[in-house]
Design a protein around this ligand. Structure first.
Ligand code: DON
Length: 307
């Protein structure tokens, strides 16, 4: 067995007694049904190596992790003009906060808080129907992972559509500042569906490889973005990927990372590997509790921290 495989399995074993800690997201009713006593880890190295432990093949709701992929797609369409719509600063407020948006006249602080990702979804819509934009995102994520079986969990999308009052407020509030080109319902149709993409750690680690390997996926041989753009997306993930918990994540793990309320985290060790972990119980900021602990151990034991 390879050293990295042993390391990944060792982390899974060492966290066994912590499984189930944290609180499963319940503001999206479908997510409240997930068994919290699960932990998956997948590491895809840029030389084509692949290592998994635990529940690495169980699909889960990637939620906000999808915002890395929609940002990548929107930058491809709009280029740097995207930054007139969204900032690049850490927010210091919760992912669904509305207060800051008023101070900043409807321009969200960064593309990973809900308001920022809603602005990005508006750019991807670009005059098309929500169905077409959703289809484009799904194809893009399948291309990134090299896996055509990746799909949206429509129960999760429906569940969030029915209860996403706060996101509807954020979208309408931005529209009142003239910051959205499309009706709030259309933009949220895109947003809720990309958040409801279901992926396993294995699929997610593969999809993130382009960020670890300077913009191209070395396993599939496909270029996704330029080296410079990959570096910049990683910088945003480091500063903003865990909302008001981003500082703590950088302190403990020291890698660019993006969390989702489904309990997943995609982390990037530039020049080395793409890592996906999943454990549904969340901390007070909405980030996976045991997933973060797994990444902390991984960074310690591999020495992969960027610092
Ligand atoms: O809009 C929401 O609230 C969810 N679809 C996504 C939030 C999320 O994943 C925040 N992550 N930690």
């Amino acid at each position: 067995m390879s050293e990295l495989q042993e390391l990944v399995e060792g982390i899974r074993r060492d966290l066994e007694s912590h499984l189930g800690e944290g609180k499963v997201a319940d503001y999206i009713p479908e997510l409240a049904k997930v068994d919290p006593r699960q932990l998956g880890i997948a590491v895809a190295t840029i030389d084509g190596g692949f290592h998994t432990a635990g529940d690495a093949d169980t699909p889960f709701s990637i939620q906000s992790i999808s915002k890395v992929f929609t940002l990548t797609l929107a930058l491809g369409k709009a280029g740097d003009a995207l930054w007139t719509r969204v900032g690049r600063e850490p927010s210091g407020t919760a992912f669904n906060s509305i207060v800051q948006l008023e101070y900043e006249k409807g321009r969200p602080r960064n593309p990973f808080i809900n308001a920022g990702a809603i602005a990005v979804a508006d750019l991807i819509l670009a005059g098309h129907q929500p169905r077409e934009a959703i289809g484009e995102i799904v194809h893009f994520v399948r291309f990134l992972a090299g896996d055509d079986s990746i799909a949206i969990d429509h129960e999760v999308a429906k569940s969030e559509t029915e209860t996403g009052y706060r996101n509807l407020a954020l979208a309408n509030f931005m529209r009142s500042f003239g910051r959205l080109d499309h009706p709030a319902e259309h933009v949220l149709g895109v947003y809720f569906h990309h958040c409801a993409l279901a992926m396993s750690c294995r699929q997610l680690a593969r999809a993130g490889l382009y960020l670890a390997a300077g913009g191209s996926n070395p396993v599939l041989g496909s270029r996704v973005v330029s080296r410079e753009r990959a570096r910049r997306i990683n910088a945003l993930m480091l500063m903003c990927g865990h909302y008001d918990g981003s500082g703590d994540f950088a302190y403990r793990v020291g890698l660019p990372g993006k969390s989702g309320v489904g309990g997943g985290i995609l982390a990037v060790a530039p020049g080395k590997a793409s890592i996906a972990v999943w454990s549904p119980g969340l901390d007070q900021h909405g980030n996976s509790l045991v997933g973060t602990a797994a990444l902390e151990l991984l960074a310690q034991r591999t020495g992969w921290s960027v610092f």
